[in-house]
Design a protein around this ligand. Structure first.
Ligand code: EPZ
Length: 442
């Protein structure tokens, strides 16, 4: 019997798992939360605002909690007004104080560089962490900062950027980059003069950031197209702003409905943002009914095979690769899934094979043999979206699936266990003694 010392901390010597008894169709209504990839940059962008801001529809996920902890450590006054509404006053903040150990826990922390540069004319921020899909360079971010007049060096694990005065400029990105586009907007919005970003990313969360900053007095136009224009302003004023719904969370539950042969109504969505996902699911035989702010998803009697390539928005999102990969295992026939954004987004395949998947990965393409009846197995979440793909697989597999390393999933999904239980899933989160960490500590 493992005896955990009475003084063990809440998190010591335990591990959290998700347990699923699969085979139950999902039926009912799920409400989508605010978008993780919009909330992170918008919360960090409050560093640029000489006032209090109130941000609504903020998802309760660990990446957002981490952003608030980092801002608090920098001196910001962060106050939760409700479960999903936060008030941030960054006037007391000091630059260069973001804690290295917190910053390295996520990818989006690198927006602190653009925000600190935009506010102080200098930035000193640890290199980001985040999900590992192969090389994730920041050369285009640095290219943008240098074009605005900053000198940038990366050493000792930190990004060190300085500029006498940031000056508007033209930047042409060599590759479409969401992070690079967001970081240059943050650095340019209070720069002297005008900035033009060409070959910009067009994701809805970039439009959301621009709309938030414009509500604070910024002058940004063209967000959502590949040319974004920014007229620098001297100061920005507080506002109240609601984050857009999370299109990837919505797409995840759409796949879960199809995989479990269920029928879900998914509310608080912007159907336009889901177009590429809905189109592929309909091509597979799934019925999608679009309403103003919701979609209904009804399973197909037989799922058809399809070919998919992930592309920048409005193409099929890379963040839906693992989730659709599970669905393609169930379709009749052989499908081809090509990853067009990251070097290695197929890390989930090895875990899915433990459940009986028949997938061959060759470089950026996975050949998926359909007609598989997935069977339960102990598996791990190897990154955020890979983890949620294991949830979908567990929901449609025969037997009891146990998923470890669920902290990845909790980075981007607000109450996923509660939401799935509410539509009939037999799913729970358990906390159990972790013999490995206990052995290590003794
Ligand atoms: C953002 O990552 C998202 N993360 C990712 O979501 C998402 O998958 C990705 O955009 C694409 O949509 C956050 O918003 C925190 P990129 P980011 O810069 O900014 C290359 C999730 O699951 N590149 O658009 O890191 C890069 O290697 C996460 O929610 C350069 O070459 O992605 C990649 O091949 C995962 N140089 C491509 O561009 C650079 O300077 C797209 O990367 C920057 C990027």
């Amino acid at each position: 019997m493992l005896c955990i010392p009475p003084d063990a901390g809440k998190r010591d010597f335990v591990m959290e798992k998700i347990i699923i008894n699969g085979g139950r169709p999902l039926r009912g209504t799920i409400e989508v939360s605010g978008a993780k990839n919009a909330a992170v940059p918008i919360i960090l962008a409050t560093l640029l605002i000489n006032d209090k801001c109130t941000i609504e529809n903020v998802p309760s996920i660990s990446d957002v909690s981490l952003c608030m902890e980092i801002l608090s450590t920098m001196g910001c006054k962060v106050r939760m007004l409700s479960k999903n509404t936060v008030e941030i006053d960054s006037r007391p903040a000091e630059g260069g104080l973001s804690p290295y150990e917190l910053v390295r826990k996520m990818r989006g922390s690198y927006y602190l560089v653009g925000a600190e540069l935009g506010r102080y004319g200098k930035a000193y921020v640890g290199l980001p962490g985040g999900c590992d899909f192969g090389v994730r360079p920041i050369d285009q971010h640095i290219k943008g900062f240098k074009a605005l007049g900053a000198s940038v060096s990366v050493e000792g694990g930190y990004i060190d950027a300085r500029a006498e005065k940031l000056t508007g400029s033209s930047i042409y990105f060599d590759t479409v980059t969401v992070g690079g586009t967001i970081n240059v907007i943050l650095a340019a919005v209070r720069a002297k003069g005008n900035t033009v970003i060409e070959n910009a990313a067009r994701e809805p969360h970039i439009v959301d950031l621009a709309n938030f900053l414009n509500s604070c007095g910024a002058k940004i136009s063209g967000a959502g197209t590949d040319v974004i224009k920014i007229k620098g302003v001297d100061r920005l004023y507080g506002s109240t702003y609601a984050i857009i719904p999370d299109m990837i969370e919505a797409g995840t539950y759409m796949c879960a409905a199809a995989a479990t042969r269920g029928h879900l109504r998914i509310t608080n969505v912007i159907p336009k943002h889901l177009e590429s996902i809905s189109a592929k699911l309909e091509e597979m035989g799934v019925t999608i009914i679009e309403n103003d702010d919701s979609v209904e998803v009804c399973h197909a009697d037989d799922l058809h095979r399809v070919n998919i390539k992930t592309l920048p928005y409005p193409g099929f999102p890379t963040d839906m690769n693992p989730q659709i990969g599970v669905l393609l295992c169930l379709a009749k026939g052989v499908s081809c899934l090509t990853e067009g954004i990251f070097d290695n987004r197929f890390r989930y395949v090895e875990e899915l094979k433990r459940m009986g998947a028949n997938i061959k990965v060759d470089g950026s393409t996975a050949i998926i043999e359909g007609g598989t009846q997935l069977s339960a197995a102990p598996v791990k979440a190897v990154d955020l979206r890979a983890g949620v793909a294991m949830v979908i697989a567990g929901l449609c597999a025969r037997g009891r699936t146990e998923i470890e390393d669920i902290h990845y999933i909790e980075r981007g999904y607000d109450d996923i266990v509660g939401k799935l239980r509410s539509v009939g899933a037999d799913i729970k989160k358990v906390i159990i003694p972790d013999p490995v960490s206990f052995e290590k500590a003794n």
